[in-house]
Write a protein that binds this ligand. Structure first.
Ligand SMILES: [Zn+2]
Length: 246
């Protein structure tokens, strides 16, 4: 059994292989292939899904036995935490279940849009990812009370009010510029995975600086204060002699 989040019921579920591996090559034409598939069903809801191994990521063709072994490796993973990026890259589950991202201390509506940018990226919808990142950026300005002017002017105002640094303003501008191409009717401009990843990285940096870091500092201060108070409490109730220690 293999473990994955099901595209249908969205549960972290065991997938049971229900048929033999097959490849993209014509039967009997070659023994090895780059791409292998195997049919699975979700144990939770019974819906079908397809496992795909793209062995070009391994840099070599593999035969059906090796492909089955790779699928079998999945059986060893029972816990999502045990899966690392390398495993994720070798086996693709079709249809894909979008990967969302959690933002702990970002306002809910902005976090939802930023997370949607990540889910778009995870299913290779790179243009949509960039558009969502641009929307999250504009929503951040609005959340900070900056509602008039172009996005360019809003970014300048964010920097002017020291809500973001000049460096972050430059990163925000990269989101704006590529996002503008998508938003203003230039869909012929190619957006690669690297482009989308860069843009999401810039967005995360902005959200981290504007929302997450200030709250992290507040939490750290509160923790330090609490520790100090506990220390003082311990001192006030500590016995005057050493007899109590052991
Ligand atoms: Zn399911």
């Amino acid at each position: 059994m293999a473990s994955r989040i099901c595209w249908h019921c969205e549960r972290f579920s065991h997938m049971t292989q229900i048929g033999p591996v097959f490849s993209d090559i014509l039967k009997g034409k070659a023994a090895d292939s780059f791409v292998w598939f195997a049919p699975f069903t979700c144990d939770a809801c019974g819906y079908a899904t397809l496992g795909m191994i793209d062995s070009s990521l391994l840099g070599r063709r593999i035969n059906s036995g090796q492909a089955q072994s790779v699928f079998q490796v999945e059986a060893d993973f029972e816990d999502e935490e045990e899966l690392d990026d390398e495993d994720e890259q070798i086996i693709t589950w079709i249809p894909r279940e979008p990967v969302w991202k959690e933002y702990e201390d970002v306002p809910e509506d902005i976090a939802a849009v930023a997370s949607e940018a990540y889910s778009c990226c995870s299913i290779k919808a790179y243009r949509s990812a960039v558009l969502m990142a641009r929307t999250a950026l504009e929503a951040t300005a609005k959340n900070k009370g900056i509602t008039s002017g172009s996005l360019n002017e809003k970014i300048e105002e964010l920097a002017e009010q020291n809500i973001i640094t000049d460096q972050l303003a430059q990163e925000a501008n990269e989101i704006r510029l590529l996002g503008n191409d998508m938003a203003h009717g230039d869909p012929d401009i190619p957006v690669s995975k690297e482009d989308a990843s860069d843009i999401l990285g810039f967005l995360d940096t902005v959200l981290d600086y504007v929302y997450q870091q200030p709250i992290a500092i507040q939490k750290r201060k509160a923790l330090r204060k609490k520790r100090k108070e506990n220390k003082n409490d311990c001192r006030s109730i500590a016995p005057s002699s050493t007899a109590a220690t052991n």
